[in-house]
Design a protein around this ligand. Structure first.
Ligand code: PHE
Length: 337
C-alpha cells in the first residue's frame, strides 16, 4: 500500500468510528506493532538510499497527523458521551412532589425527654430483650411460680419459661447480676400484656430507673421523680407517694402527680381527685439484691417504672392508648415538631 492509499483509508475509517473502543482498534490497525503505517516504515530498507529521507519524512508526517487525529477524535467522543449522560441522567430539580417529612412518634419524644433528664443526673441508658425468661421477668424479682402477684400482669407466654416481658423491671436483675454497685441506670422499652381497652394496649412502653448504692433513701427517689415531673408537666407539679405493693420493692409506692389539666382542683381528667397516677416505685427489695449477688447489708437502692404511653396521654390529652399504635397520620402529624 502507498502512503496516499493508507491516508485515504484512515480518513474513511476514523470518520466512521463512533466509540472509544473502536478508536482503539483503529489505532492498532494503523500504528500498532504490525499496523499498516509501521509496516510501511519498515519497508524503507528496500528503497534506494537516496529516496529514504523523503520517504521517511512523509511517513512521519502522516504518523504525526494520525496521532493528532486520534487525540482530537478521542476528545470529541468523550464530549459526546458526557453530553449523552448529562441528558439521560438529568435531574429535574423543579419537580415539586417532595416526600413528606417524617417526625418522631409522641411516645419516642417522651422517651427521649425522660432519658435526657436522667442522663443529666448521671444515669446510663441500657436496653434489654423484649423476649425474656420467666426468671428475669418474675423469679429474680421475688415473684416465684404461683405467686398471686403474677395475676397483676396478664402474660404472653411463648413456652413455660419464655415470655414477652411484662415489665422493664426484668432489666433490673439482668444488670444487677452483671455489675457491681454503684449502679445508676435507666431502661426504656416495649412491654407486653394481654389486655386491650382505652387505657390498656397489648404493647406499651415503660422506662425503668434503678439506683443501687450505699445509704439510698426514699427521699432520693422522690427528688428524682420531682425533677422529672417538673420538666415534663411544669414546675408547679407536686409528687405524692401512696403505699402500694410490688414484690420487688419494699416499701413500695404508687406515685401520683397533681393533675396538669386542672392544677389539682379536680377535673374530668383526674376524675375530680386533683391527682393522676403515673408510676410505680419503691426501695429495691433486699431479696432481689441477694438474688443478684449484691450484699444487702451494705447496699440498697430505689427503682421506678414509668408508663410512657400514659405520660404522653396525660401530657397531650389523648383519650385512648390505642391511638398510639394505629399509625394514623392525621393523629401522628399533630406531634411533629
Ligand atoms: N414494674 C412495675 C409495673 O410494671 C412498676 C415498678 C417498677 C414498680 C419498679 C416498682 C419498681 O407495674
Amino acid at each position: 500500500m502507498t502512503i496516499t492509499e493508507i491516508e485515504k483509508d484512515f480518513e474513511r475509517d476514523i470518520a466512521l468510528c463512533a466509540t472509544l473502543p473502536e478508536l482503539q482498534e483503529l489505532r492498532v490497525k494503523y500504528l500498532g506493532k504490525s499496523g499498516q503505517l509501521t509496516v510501511l516504515l519498515k519497508s524503507i530498507k528496500d528503497l534506494p538510499p537516496e529516496e529514504r529521507p523523503t520517504f521517511g519524512a512523509k511517513v512521519n508526517e502522516l504518523r504525526n497527523n494520525m496521532e493528532r487525529r486520534f487525540v482530537a477524535r478521542t476528545d470529541a467522543l468523550k464530549q459526546d458521551e458526557l453530553a449523552r449522560r448529562l441528558q439521560e441522567e438529568r435531574v429535574d430539580i423543579s419537580l415539586t412532589s417532595c416526600p413528606e417529612r417524617g417526625a418522631l412518634h409522641p411516645v419516642t419524644q417522651i422517651e427521649n425527654e425522660i432519658c435526657d433528664l436522667l442522663i443529666a443526673l448521671g444515669f446510663e441508658v441500657l436496653s434489654g430483650p423484649e423476649i425474656e425468661t420467666d426468671y428475669y421477668n418474675f423469679q429474680a424479682l421475688n415473684i416465684p411460680d404461683d405467686h398471686p402477684a403474677r395475676d397483676m400482669q396478664d402474660t404472653f407466654y411463648i413456652t413455660d419459661s419464655i415470655l414477652l416481658r411484662t415489665q422493664t423491671s426484668a432489666m433490673q436483675a439482668r444488670v444487677m447480676e452483671k455489675r457491681k454497685p454503684p449502679l445508676k441506670i435507666v431502661c426504656p422499652g416495649k412491654v407486653f400484656r394481654s389486655d386491650s381497652d382505652a387505657s390498656h394496649s397489648p404493647v406499651f412502653h415503660q422506662i425503668e430507673g434503678l439506683v443501687v448504692d450505699k445509704n439510698i433513701t426514699l427521699c432520693d427517689l422522690k427528688g428524682t421523680l420531682e425533677y422529672i415531673a417538673a420538666h415534663l408537666f411544669g414546675e408547679q407539679t407536686k409528687v405524692r407517694f401512696r403505699p402500694s405493693f410490688f414484690p420487688f420493692t419494699e416499701p413500695s409506692v404508687e406515685v401520683d402527680l397533681t393533675c396538669c389539666n386542672c392544677g389539682g382542683k379536680g377535673c374530668s381528667l383526674c376524675k375530680g381527685t386533683g391527682w393522676i397516677e403515673v408510676l410505680g416505685a419503691g426501695m429495691v427489695n433486699p431479696y432481689v439484691l441477694e438474688n443478684c449477688g449484691i450484699d444487702s447489708s451494705k447496699y440498697n437502692g430505689y427503682a421506678f417504672g414509668i408508663g410512657m404511653d400514659r405520660v404522653a396521654m396525660i401530657k397531650y390529652g389523648i383519650p385512648d392508648i390505642r391511638l398510639f399504635f394505629e399509625n394514623d397520620k392525621r393523629f401522628l402529624k399533630q406531634f411533629a415538631k
